[in-house]
Design a protein around this ligand. Structure first.
Ligand SMILES: Nc1ncnc2c1ncn2[C@@H]1O[C@H](COP(=O)(O)OS(=O)(=O)O)[C@@H](OP(=O)(O)O)[C@H]1O
Length: 474
């Protein structure tokens, strides 16, 4: 081979190598979060969002951008009420398999999925997408598909961040199970740069279970100063206390300095050590909202809830099996309401959680030993049903929030016989109890027995709260 042809070949090889290297660099740059450049229009739109500290949520952003508003409308497309027990099970999950467990659960009849998601731009490169139930693979996909296509996107659930590639695997059998600690660190750093922190809650909805806590959580979370915990219920002061305060903080949404972190776990109300530990661990200005309802109606609703779990356990549903393993008085499949609330001799079954949770005064006394009465707002369902607007205004005032709620934001939904809030496109949380569940329709004698049992406790609760309730003396 001549020297010239050798030289030619070497030049060609060199050119190939250079163009390959340049290609690689360009590709890496295009896909690297660090080098990503956002179109200037979007950048300023997002910057103004961040300055306003607003979340992309339903109609609240209608004034900002048509594109984003449409996308947000879809985020609520499948908003249904959360199941406490799914949250309970979630906190049990090892960090990497959350998606594997829940995304492919297609048994929608048996599982009342809560599927709301809130997207929030947190840096040039990331959207923070809060998903209240990680089983909601479909809604996640929907949210992601609506975000500006040319942005690098991440979805966060707790400490899990799923990038676009991983999201594209949703719906396939290849579940993303990658450890994402590094991405989480990068994202939180990005959020801190723009002024967000994970703060401990200063407002907690501590219960009572089955008294409208989901609806209240939904209403209060519409306030721009309220930042909800990540996921529906954290269960720190009952089941996860051993995990430490930094775990608890890590379950909080990111907030700006003028925002209030909100958490709801109805089981705190009946957890003996919860008030003592909250006093010890949380900011001294923490306040509480307690939803209450006719104790007999509450017990019936609680029974249906437990019956749903029992039915799911019968189907070997993993969430239910795990949840029932932790329940003090698990319902048995096929058990009737009477069998749960009465003992063998026909007396009130005092060891049943379903009874105990309705004895409001007993638990409230424990809270009052640690916090003064003025730290609690008691939200009774009769007042909620009569005038939700006034109640939300009172709570705004109680918490020291800026005025936000207006009368025309609320309406009474005759289909579900409950007040709702106009948030596009699903105005309010659906009723939690699916129609296929066993009905709790005890005989009039059993009802009377329950009423006689609860009456003295109701009267005591009235004294403790300095309030009156229509169901006290029934
Ligand atoms: N506004 C509104 N929207 C939807 N649902 C409402 C509302 N207000 C009260 N409820 C009734 O509250 C019951 C559920 O209570 P919780 O949300 O506290 O349940 S849970 O403890 O979190 O599982 C559940 O009661 P039952 O239907 O009797 O089971 C809901 O119907």
């Amino acid at each position: 081979m001549s020297y010239i042809s050798l030289k030619k070949k070497a030049t060609v090889a060199l050119l190939c190598l250079v163009s390959f290297t340049v290609g690689c660099i360009l590709t890496t740059k295009l896909h690297s979060p660090q080098s990503f450049q956002m179109p200037s229009g979007l950048a300023s739109l997002q910057a103004s969002r961040l300055d306003l500290g607003k979340r992309i949520r339903g109609q609240r952003l209608k004034d900002n951008s048509k594109n984003v508003t449409e996308s947000n409308a879809d985020m609520y497309a499948d908003h249904r009420e959360a199941s406490v027990d799914d949250e309970r099970a979630l906190t049990d999950q090892n960090e990497t398999d959350i998606f594997t467990d829940y995304t492919y659960d297609t048994d929608k009849e048996a599982v009342s999925a809560n599927s709301h998601a809130v997207a929030q731009p947190v840096s040039k490169h990331h959207y923070f997408v809060e998903v209240s139930d990680p089983r909601a693979g479909l809604i996640l996909k929907k949210v992601i598909s609506k975000l500006p296509r040319n942005l690098l996107r991440s979805v966060v659930f707790g400490k899990k961040i799923f990038d676009e590639r991983e999201l594209s695997l949703l719906g396939s059998k290849k579940a993303p199970t990658v450890s994402l600690q590094k991405k989480w660190a990068a994202l939180t750093e990005g959020m801190r740069e723009v002024g967000y922190e994970q703060r401990l809650p200063v407002v907690i909805n501590i219960g009572v279970k089955k008294s409208g806590t989901n609806a209240f959580g939904f209403f209060i979370s519409q306030h721009p100063q309220i930042v909800h915990s990540i996921g529906n219920e954290v269960h720190y002061f009952d089941w996860n206390y051993g995990k430490g305060i930094e775990y608890y903080r890590s379950r909080m949404g990111f907030s700006k300095a003028n925002q209030f972190t909100f958490e709801k776990t109805p089981r705190y109300f009946i957890t003996p050590d919860a008030p003592k530990n909250i006093l010890k661990d949380l900011p001294s200005n923490v306040k509480f909202v307690i939803c209450v309802r006719d104790p007999v109606e509450r017990a019936k609703s609680d029974f249906r809830h437990e019956a749903e779990l029992a039915m799911r356990r019968g189907k070997k549903d993993r969430v239910a099996v795990r949840t029932l393993a932790r329940s003090e008085t698990p319902a048995s499949q096929g058990e009737k309401f009477e069998q749960t609330v009465l003992d063998k001799n026909g007396n009130i079954n005092l060891s049943s959680d379903i009874i105990s949770a309705s004895v409001f005064s007993k638990h409230f006394k424990n809270w009052l030993e640690h916090f003064p009465r003025d730290r609690f707002y008691i939200l009774s369902d009769e007042k909620v049903n009569k005038d939700i607007y006034t109640e939300m205004k009172n709570i705004e005032n109680f918490l020291g929030l800026e005025p936000f709620f207006e009368r025309n934001m609320f309406f009474y939904n005759r289909e579900i016989h409950a007040p709702c809030m106009k948030v596009e496109p699903r105005p309010c949380p659906a009723k939690s109890t699916p129609g296929f569940l066993p009905k709790a329709e005890p005989s009039p004698e059993v009802i009377q027995k329950l009423r006689n049992f609860f009456r003295p406790y109701n009267q005591e609760f009235e004294k403790l709260t300095q309030m009156e309730f229509s169901w006290t003396n029934l």
